[in-house]
Design a protein around this ligand. Sequence first.
Ligand code: IPD
Ligand code: CA
Ligand code: CA
Length: 253
Amino acid sequence: MIMEQIQQIMRECGRIMLEADRSHADIETKGRSNNLVTRYDKAVQQVLQTKLLELAPEAHFVGEEEDVHDSIASGKAFIVDPIDGTANFVKDYKGSVISVAMTQDGQLELGLVYNPYLDELFTAQRGKGAFCNGKPIHVSNQPLEAGLTLYGSASYYPELIDDSFRLLRKAFDRSMDIRRSGSAAWDLCCIAAGRAELFFELRLYPWDHAAGTLLVREAGGTVTRVEGGDVSLSSPCSVLAAGSCVDTSFLRE
Ligand code: IPD
Ligand code: CA
Ligand code: CA
C-alpha cells in the first residue's frame, strides 16, 4: 500500500520536473562550482518531505537539499534525492531521476527510482524482487567483456579524479565500452535492469545510491564499496555494482 502511495507522489514530482521553466531555475552552487542546485531540487524535496511524512509521520527524513540530515539508525526513515542528475536537469539533457528509499532500523526496505523522461518507475521491496513499471527485472548474466561499464566521475571531489580515471581505464580495457549518464541512481537502475554490467563511483552520498542499491540487490546483483565491504547509508562512500557474472576484483588490484 505505502509502495503505491510513494509511486503516486514520485509521479507528481516527475511532473514538476517536466514542466520546469529553466529560465527561472534560480541556479546556485554548493561547494564546488560544478555542484548545482535549482529551485526545482528544493521544490521536489519539499513535496517529498511533506507527502512522505504524511504517510509515515513517525519517520526520519534525509534529503540532499536544505541540509535535512536526520539519523536513520532506528525506526523508519526516508532517504531521498529530489533530482539526481542536477547538472543534466540544468542543461535539459533529460537524464535526471527522483530517488526514494525507505529504511527500517538502518536496513533498506523499499527503493524507488522514477525517470520522468522515459516514464520508467523502478521499484524494489526487500525480499520481494525488483520491477520496472510493474514488470520483474534481473541483472545481466553477461561477463564484462560483453558488457557496458557505467561510471560516475565523482566530479565534486578533485582529490579523487586521478584514481577515478585510473580505474575507468582498467574497466574500459575489460568492457565492450563505457557510459557516463550523470545520474548515479539511474546507473544503478540500468544495472538492475540488465542494461549494463558494471557501475562504480568513488564517492556517493546515501541519497544517490540507497534506492538503487536495493534495486540492484533485489534484481540479483551485488553492491559493495569499490574497496570491498558494505556500502554506508549514513555517510559518503564508494559504490560498486555489478551483474551476476562480472569479476570486479581487477578494480582492487
Ligand atoms: C550526482 C549524480 C552524478 C554523480 C555525482 C552525484 P546530483 O548527484 O548522481 O551522477 O556522479 O557524484 O553527486 O548532484 O546530480 O544529485
Ligand atoms: Ca545525487
Ligand atoms: Ca540531487
